[in-house]
Design a protein around this ligand. Structure first.
Ligand code: RET
Ligand code: FE2
Length: 547
């Protein structure tokens, strides 16, 4: 297991041509960009948690039936500082690090104080975000890093705080059809308030504004939701949208700001400041995108942990939203590298299986509705929303499927009625062994799996002129635990879930987290060799990426 998790991965900055078996559809042209942790030791020092690893970017360029693979470490400030010091000097989620061995008591005290409000890491290891013409590696702090999607070079560092008052922001933004970004972040104890902020980054500089200015300057706050507690805001990894609403789950998984302020002195990690409050509720905030205000009704459900929203849509006066839910925070605990060692099977059992749950929230709650009555009249779900005696609404989900994570959909259906979820299958262990196509309508599934193969998040790419929701292909990078079997990019027909092709590369690859597909301009067939590609910026119009 150490081979897949703990060992540092070599980067492969020069493109290598993959050995393709099967036939890649001729229309499939573009670059699959992926992100995830790749380096877990620096010099003699070692990170504690898999989510701490230094970001390694991967690019699979698909052109005329051929695939070229390359990878490159994100040259974040964190990466440079660590490499220069030959040890870990910047703190990550599960590892607290100390910049310089303090020479005397005064500098030590100063060093502690300057960390009371910490400057977070720019090790952007989670996802890739498209902003206008540009691409960024993202994590959950206030920093993101621009990258060159072709060469994987690291470009400038963007500090969200310059444009919107957030200390943390998700790495799962939403895009509208024009490619404008809607994201969420947390503003911690700013002017005496802690709040969750939904903000919008335009894909282009508005016409009436001066030319040449960056879209970042036109970032606007869309809506703010006050945190229930000043010093313990909820942690969240993603949020949901429908055509007219946004859905934010205020989870009982909370960051303790006082603990965070003293973590450096106490020598503990940020992760130790995150705790699950089993006795609390999960609050469901529904924000009307037209009025930019949350609905006044208080909706809640039982305590749970959600990392990934799958999709949401409106139906008959309700919002239906699907999430992957856990009963507790065991997922985070399992990814400590100490658990991912040779006793992996023993140590890595999830105490709750990630379950696909569908919630239904009524958009209008009749004042005269009887206490105890179910306000959901939608026939398509057994989820309920019951008015309680305080006028609040208690939502109970319908459980759709057990054992899946890293969900993706056909993004053209984001916020709209949809039928298919493409995801990794995870049962009691956090490591995916299969990929699944789950049909929310018929509640049936199709699967792909192979001996010794660990698949990554499956990404859906629509076929040109696609009519059906599943008209397209699935891309998933497969890591093998068999030393005889090289890793490969798997291409499945999304309808039948059968293999169309695989592109094997004779280099080291690793499990990653998230990414996106950048279609080649107009699906045009370009013939230049990969070296030229380095000078050739990807050309893409303003539109939502095939995230
Ligand atoms: C560094 C840092 C953070 C990093 C969190 C990370 C890196 C989370 C990764 C989550 C993933 C990958 C979830 C998958 O489902 C916090 C806690 C936001 C705040 C403190 C500083
Ligand atoms: Fe994620």
């Amino acid at each position: 297991m150490d081979i897949i998790f703990g060992r540092n991965k070599k980067e492969q900055p020069e493109p290598v041509r993959a050995k393709v078996t099967g036939k890649i559809p001729t229309w499939l042209q573009g670059t699959l960009l992926r992100n995830g942790p790749g380096m877990h030791t620096v010099g003699e020092t070692r990170y504690n948690h898999w989510f701490d690893g230094l970001a390694l970017l991967h690019g699979f360029t698909i052109r005329d039936g051929e695939v070229y693979y390359r990878s490159k470490y994100l040259r974040s400030d964190t990466y440079s500082a660590n490499i220069e010091a030959n040890r870990i000097v910047v703190s990550e989620f599960g590892t607290m690090a100390y910049p310089d061995p303090c020479k005397n008591i005064f500098s030590k005290a100063f060093s502690y104080l300057s960390h009371t409000i910490p400057d977070f890491t720019d090790n952007c290891l989670i996802n890739i975000m498209k902003c206008g013409e540009d691409f960024y590696a993202t994590t959950e702090t206030n920093y993101i890093r621009k990258i060159n999607p072709q060469t994987l070079e690291t470009l400038e560092k963007v500090d969200y705080r310059k444009y919107v008052a957030v200390n943390l922001a998700t790495s799962h933004p939403h895009y509208d059809e024009a490619g404008n970004i809607l994201n969420m972040g947390t503003s911690i104890v700013d002017k005496g308030k802690t709040k969750y902020v939904i903000f919008k980054i335009p894909a282009t500089v508005p016409e009436d504004k001066k030319k040449g200015k960056s879209p970042w300057k036109h970032t606007e706050v869309f809506c703010s939701i006050p945190s229930r507690s000043l010093l313990s805001p909820s942690y969240y990894h993603s949020f949901g949208v429908t055509e007219n609403y946004a859905i934010f789950l205020e989870l009982p998984l909370k960051l303790d700001i006082l603990k965070m302020a003293t973590a450096y002195i106490r020598g503990v990690s940020w992760a130790s400041c995150l705790s699950f409050h089993r006795e609390d509720k999960t609050y469901i905030h529904i924000i009307d995108q037209r009025t930019r205000k949350p609905l006044p009704t208080k909706f809640y459900t039982d305590a749970m942990v959600v990392f990934h929203h799958v999709n949401a849509y409106e139906e008959d006066g309700c919002i239906l939203f699907d999430v992957i839910a856990y009963e507790d925070d065991s997922l985070y605990r399992l990814f400590y590298l100490a658990n991912l060692n040779q006793d992996f099977e023993e140590n890595s059992r999830l105490t709750s299986v990630p379950t696909l749950r569908r919630f239904a929230v009524p958009l209008h709650v009749d004042k005269n509705a009887e206490v105890g009555s179910n306000l959901i009249k939608v026939a398509s779900t057994t989820a309920t929303a019951v008015k309680d005696k305080d006028g609040q609404v208690y939502c109970q989900p319908e459980s759709l499927y057990e054992g899946l994570e890293l969900p993706r959909i056909n993004y053209a259906h984001n916020g709209k009625p949809y039928r298919y979820i493409f995801s990794a299958e995870v049962q009691w262990s956090p490591i995916p062994t299969k990929i699944i196509k789950y049909d929310v309508l018929t509640k049936s599934s199709l699967k792909w799996g192979e001996e010794c193969c660990w698949p990554a998040e499956p990404l859906f790419v629509p076929a040109p002129g696609a009519e059906d929701e599943d008209d397209g292909v699935i891309l998933s990078a497969i890591v093998s635990t068999d030393p005889q079997k090289p890793p490969f990019l798997l291409i499945l027909d999304a309808k039948s879930f059968t293999e169309l092709a695989r592109a094997s590369v004779d280099v080291e690859m690793h499990l990653d987290l998230h990414g996106l597909f950048i279609p080649a301009a107009n699906g045009a067939t370009r013939t230049q060799p990969p070296a030229e590609e380095q000078r050739d910026r990807a050309s893409h119009g303003h539109q939502a990426p095939q995230t």
